[in-house]
Design a protein. Structure first.
Length: 411
């Protein structure tokens, strides 16, 4: 049987998150007594005749089955799932090859033909385009809603609403969602709530404790933190994860490779100190940018100027490692930053150990990606203007980053 039911490193039940990040799910090698997790690269495992199955049909929870085939269950991937479940305070977790695969696996397990999905009107582009372009082909109705507006969710609910999916903070404009309030409204209607907490990480926010049913992470980002491994995960109650493992985990085929799981486990080892340093640096950069003559606006949950500052203080232990800022003539400034930056990198993605900045154009994001209604577009522009720069803060010395931004933004 699967031996990774609980941490075998002797952790007390009262262990704090910083300790869980290092030792939850850690299996001490019985032969070598190695305290660094092993990596199991084998696709196949020996089984006892009569053990295992060739079909997931009828299996209530594949995580209780023996390790037979890596697409179903792999020891290294299972160790990652165990650790992430512990960090989020969930009963179980299911890892996928990428963050988008995790979102797709969740959608295609929870939702069926005739169901209705409410999705935050500003979410990660991959999730937004999947919901708007692919799910309707399967007979799933999709409604984008600004979930930060009081009453908008209640007004959008339908008798067939099955899932409400949001982000907090949302990518890229760092608008927050009151997760406890969304969960209260959705649950009263009989709908589930999922949240993409990639930008927050468990260091900042633990959505399950606020009533959310499923938490999604792109492990590629801050949780891995080294820019060298793709991955995604969904965490929640076992009653929700078990059918997802049997349906999406087996049949969609987006299994996480063992090497990626091992690399992400290595990243989680330092998640808390990394994120605390990144948050401290982000606070200094945000305060600097707010005073810079070349910057017209800064959005960061740690600033008093953030439109939802009170919610940030109530819902987040730390304000995060992402900053959104605006300048005059963004396309020109994008070319200037790309040419002048020496410490930061002008590149896509986020959650790297190195600081990364890129321009996100409002017309492109709200048109092709989000397909906002005129009213939603007006809300977006009120909040984020006509385009801005997404800055993912890394581990460099804050003084070097400030000097680099200053020279790149000036004149």
């Amino acid at each position: 049987m699967n031996c990774l039911k609980a941490p075998s490193s002797g952790l007390p039940q009262s262990a704090l998150p910083e300790t869980l990040a290092l030792d939850a799910g850690l299996i001490i090698d019985p032969a070598t007594r190695a305290i660094q997790p092993n990596i199991s690269m084998s696709v196949n495992n020996q089984v006892i005749p009569g053990e295992g199955a060739f079909s997931a049909a009828g299996i209530a929870d594949i995580s209780q089955e023996p390790f037979t085939y890596a697409r179903w269950l792999n020891p290294t991937v299972r160790a990652l799932e165990t650790r992430m479940a512990a960090l989020e305070g969930g009963e179980d977790a299911l890892a996928f090859a990428t963050g988008v695969a995790a979102i797709a696996g969740m959608f295609l397990t929870v939702l069926k033909q005739g169901d209705h999905l409410i999705i935050g009107d500003v979410t990660y582009a991959g999730a937004a385009e999947l919901a708007r372009s692919i799910l309707p082909d399967f007979g799933i109705e999709v409604t984008p809603v600004n979930l930060s507006v009081p009453g908008a969710l209640a007004a959008a609910l339908r008798p067939n609403t099955r899932l409400v999916h949001c982000e907090s903070p949302c990518n890229p404009i760092l608008r927050l969602t009151d997760l406890a309030e969304v969960a209260r409204i959705a649950h009263a209607h009989g709908a589930l709530v999922s949240v993409d907490s990639t930008l927050a990480t468990p260091v900042s926010t633990r959505p399950l404790s606020l009533g959310v049913d499923l938490v999604v992470h792109s492990l590629t980002k801050f949780i891995n933190g080294h820019g060298d491994a793709l991955g995604g995960i969904v965490v929640g109650r076992q009653a929700l994860i078990a059918p997802m493992r049997g349906r999406a985990g087996v049949y969609l085929g987006a299994a996480m490779p063992a090497m990626n799981a091992w690399l992400i486990l290595r990243g989680i080892d330092t998640l808390f100190p990394r994120m605390r340093q990144i948050n401290a640096t982000a606070q200094r950069l945000a305060e600097f940018l707010e005073t810079h003559s070349g910057v017209t606006r800064v959005i960061y949950p740690g600033l008093a100027s953030h439109p939802q500052r009170q919610l940030a203080e109530r819902q987040m232990d730390l304000p995060g490692g992402m900053i959104f800022f605006q300048t005059a003539d963004p396309p020109f400034m994008a070319r200037q930053l790309a040419a002048r930056l020496r410490v930061m990198h002008y590149a896509f993605s986020l959650g790297h150990q190195r600081s990364i900045v890129t321009l996100l154009d409002t017309a492109e994001m709200t048109g092709g990606t989000y397909r906002l209604t005129p009213e939603q577009l007006a809300d977006y522009r009120t909040y984020a203007g006509d385009g801005g720069f997404r800055l993912s803060v890394g581990l460099e010395a804050p003084e070097d980053l400030i000097r680099d931004l200053d020279q790149a933004l000036s004149g």
